[in-house]
Every structure is written in structure tokens, then in C-alpha cells.
Design a protein around this ligand. Structure first.
Ligand code: PLP
Length: 400
């Protein structure tokens, strides 16, 4: 694939108010007009360079959206105040009462809870299926289905979605394919593989400093216009506006994302290979024995690895708790939810970020209570981290 998301962002030159290389932070919610007629015109249609009110659009959010659209190779993008609001706004724009969603079953717990518990109150229902099984997908689709939803790399089981296959399935059934690419920015470009909408929690790798909650929706100009329509747009009317100070820092961090993703990937591969070599149950799509290693290799850009997410299954919840406590003590990283930070983070999704999923469903999808999810950091000396990990495993009697 010739598309290079990092080069696409690099080519986006921004000239701030005084030629600033970083555009000025918009510190205003409202904007003056020199004449009432011009203001009325701005309500009727968009005027290039004109802003009305910051819940609708503001200059720095526009710049960040342009960078994200460039990164994904979509016509346009819309930034939001969180990943969840990006997902919720997208669904509410695409679906109405009576409509259905078909979704991957191993998805982020918050998205699962939105689909399973909240959207049915609005008359939007979801069937959760194993999206790697085309027969199951076909059975789940009805004439009411509008959206096919998947995570590129699922949270927390790290299953890879075959985006080109899902895209042709969606096209054949008249569905919109919405893909959450939070785990694999710069590595996989879902829109280039046929997704109609790409959503992100920018809170994670895209920002990388764990200091801002943010999200985005990358898609066609048409969908972004619908989302921001003053009379009917989910973003405009539910109002999940990203704060402009955060937008400014996100825009700067986005320019180092390709470098960070390479380092996250190299470090995760080193840890996963080492753990595998010691006979531990590790899942990492960069390992040749991961069930979808070949698929991931086919979908990803060249010259960048398999991402920073890895899991280790130690079977029992009590063992996982003890290992996480010890790893924090041994300075492997932080016992914390979230991901994409410059330091390693680990948590047990079964009892934290995926606790919304009922026990029977967790068992059916293979989510063990002893599963520890790692978001591997940017450690300069991964050998030193391996020594610390080895000591932690020995202290927990998981290694001799
Ligand atoms: N999508 C995925 C894959 C996530 O992991 C998360 C959060 O962990 C979200 C969406 C929600 O994002 P946010 O916390 O920014 O609302």
C-alpha cells in the first residue's frame, strides 16, 4: 500500500496568525462578524475561514481534524471530547429507532455497555458476533441492520478484524462499516481498506501523554457535515466539544506518533518473544503463532511493527493481581487502566475495563480472569525491563 499516514501529516503545513508553526490556541467560544448579513449567511452555509460558535467548529479543532483526516486518508474528520462520544455520536448519526447494529463481540467494555445497555433505550439494538466468522455475520444481519462495527485490534483479546472482507460484506448488505482504530494508529489505515468511518479514542496512543481525553470521527465530508449540522447533527446537538488547549497539544503530539508507534511495537515484540520463550501464555499479533499474524501482516503498513498491546494469561485472577502488584513494585510500569502512554501500563481487563461483560460471555469469548493486558511503553533499554519482569515472575513463582 503506497499510502503513508506519517507523510500525509508531515505535508500538512499550518501557518498560524503570525506565521506561527503551531496554530494559535483558540481561546474564544464566539466570533464577531462585521455585518449581521454575514452572520446570517454563516448560519445558512459554511463560509471558508468563518467561525460562529466553538461547539460547532473552532479553528484549532479544525486544524486537528484536518491532520486526523490526512492521517486516515479520509475527506474530513471531526474531533470530540472523548473516544466514547466519537462512537456514540457516529452511531446516533447513522442509526434511528428500530435500527440494528452488528458488532464484534470482543470490543472495549464501554462500547459494549453503550451498545448493550444504553442504545436499546433509544430503540437501537445490537447483535454481538464473532466477526472472524462470515457465517455468523450473515446470520446476524437483518433488513434493519445499518451498521457493522469492529475494532481493528480488539480490546482486550487482540483479535484482528479482516477489514477488507468486512468492507465487502458491509457493501453487499448496504451497511456502514465503522472501525475503531484506537490500538493501531499509523500501523493500519482502515478507511484505505474500505471502512466507511474510522473512530478513535485519541486519549491513547494518538496523544501518548495520558493527559487528555479526546476522540475523533474520520469519514466523508458528507458525514462530518451531518454530524455538525446545526439542526440535526449529533456532535452539534449533544455537544461533545474538545477543549481547544487540549486540541493544540494533541496536534503537536500527533507529529511524533509514527516514531512512538515504532518504539512501542519494538518493545512489545521484545517482551512477547521473551515471555513466549519461557513457555508463558502470551498473545501478541507480532508473534508468528498469533492466529491472525498473517492477516495483520497483510493489513499493516510496511516499516512499522505490530503495535504496543500484548496480553499475558496467568489463568487465575489472584495470580494476576499479585503479579501486577509486584511488577509495579519492580518498576516494570504502572498498574493502571488505559493504554498508549510512554510508560508501560498493565491491568486485568476481566475485572476492570471489560467488567461490563457478563461472566458467561467472557468465558465464551476466551477472556480469562487471569488475563493481564500490557500497553508497552517507550523504554529505551528493554533489556533492563526484561530483567525486572523476570524478577517479578520469579517472585510470583511463575518462573523458576
Ligand atoms: N475505544 C477503545 C478501543 C478504547 O480502549 C477506549 C477506552 O479505553 C475507548 C474507545 C473509549 O475512549 P475514551 O476513554 O477516550 O472515551
Amino acid at each position: 500500500m503506497s499510502f503513508n499516514p506519517a507523510s500525509a501529516i508531515q505535508d500538512l503545513l499550518v501557518f498560524g496568525e503570525f506565521g506561527d508553526v503551531n496554530p494559535s490556541v483558540t481561546d474564544s467560544v464566539t466570533y464577531t462578524f462585521l455585518s449581521p448579513q454575514r452572520m446570517e449567511e454563516a448560519f445558512e452555509h459554511e463560509i471558508e475561514g468563518c467561525f460562529l460558535y466553538s461547539r460547532h467548529w473552532n479553528p484549532i479543532n479544525r486544524y486537528l481534524s484536518q491532520a486526523l483526516a490526512a492521517m486516515e486518508g479520509t475527506e474530513m474528520a471531526q474531533v470530540t471530547a472523548s473516544g466514547m462520544s466519537a462512537i456514540a455520536s457516529t452511531i446516533l448519526q447513522l442509526c434511528a429507532t428500530g435500527d440494528e447494529i452488528v458488532s464484534g463481540r470482543t470490543i472495549y467494555g464501554g462500547t459494549y455497555a453503550l451498545f448493550k445497555n444504553l442504545l436499546p433505550r433509544l430503540g437501537i439494538t445490537t447483535r454481538f458476533v464473532d466477526i472472524t466468522n462470515l457465517d455468523a455475520l450473515t446470520k446476524a444481519v437483518t433488513p434493519k441492520t445499518r451498521v457493522l462495527y469492529a475494532e481493528t485490534e480488539s480490546n482486550p483479546l487482540l483479535e484482528i478484524a479482516d477489514i477488507p472482507a468486512l468492507a465487502s460484506f458491509a457493501r453487499a448488505h448496504g451497511l456502514k462499516l465503522v472501525v475503531d482504530n484506537t490500538f493501531t494508529p499509523m500501523i493500519i489505515s482502515p478507511a484505505k481498506l474500505g471502512a466507511d468511518v474510522v473512530v478513535y479514542s485519541l486519549t491513547k496512543f494518538a496523544n501518548g501523554t495520558a493527559d487528555a481525553v479526546a476522540g475523533c470521527i474520520c469519514s466523508t465530508t458528507e458525514l462530518v457535515r451531518e454530524l455538525t449540522d446545526v439542526n440535526s447533527g449529533a456532535c452539534m446537538l449533544f455537544g461533545p466539544v474538545l477543549d481547544s488547549l487540549r486540541a493544540a497539544s494533541l496536534l503537536k503530539n500527533l507529529h511524533s506518533l509514527h516514531v512512538r508507534m515504532r518504539k512501542h511495537s519494538d518493545n512489545a515484540l521484545a517482551l512477547a518473544t521473551w515471555l513466549k520463550g519461557r513457555g508463558l501464555r502470551v498473545h501478541y499479533p507480532g508473534l508468528a503463532d498469533h492466529p491472525q499474524h498473517a492477516l495483520f501482516s497483510r493489513l499493516k503498513h510496511a516499516g512499522i511493527g505490530y503495535g504496543g498491546m500484548m496480553t499475558l494469561d496467568v489463568s487465575e485472577a489472584t495470580t494476576a493481581r499479585e503479579l501486577m502488584r509486584v511488577m509495579q513494585e519492580e518498576l516494570v510500569g504502572y498498574l493502571a487502566v488505559s493504554l498508549g502512554y510512554f510508560k508501560t501500563l498493565f491491568s486485568a481487563p476481566g475485572s476492570s475495563t471489560s467488567s461490563e461483560i457478563p461472566p458467561a460471555e467472557k468465558a465464551a469469548m476466551g477472556l480469562s480472569d487471569g488475563l493481564i493486558r500490557f500497553s508497552v511503553g517507550l523504554d529505551d533499554d528493554i533489556g533492563r525491563t526484561l530483567t525486572r519482569l523476570e524478577k517479578s515472575l520469579q517472585r510470583c513463582k511463575l518462573l523458576a
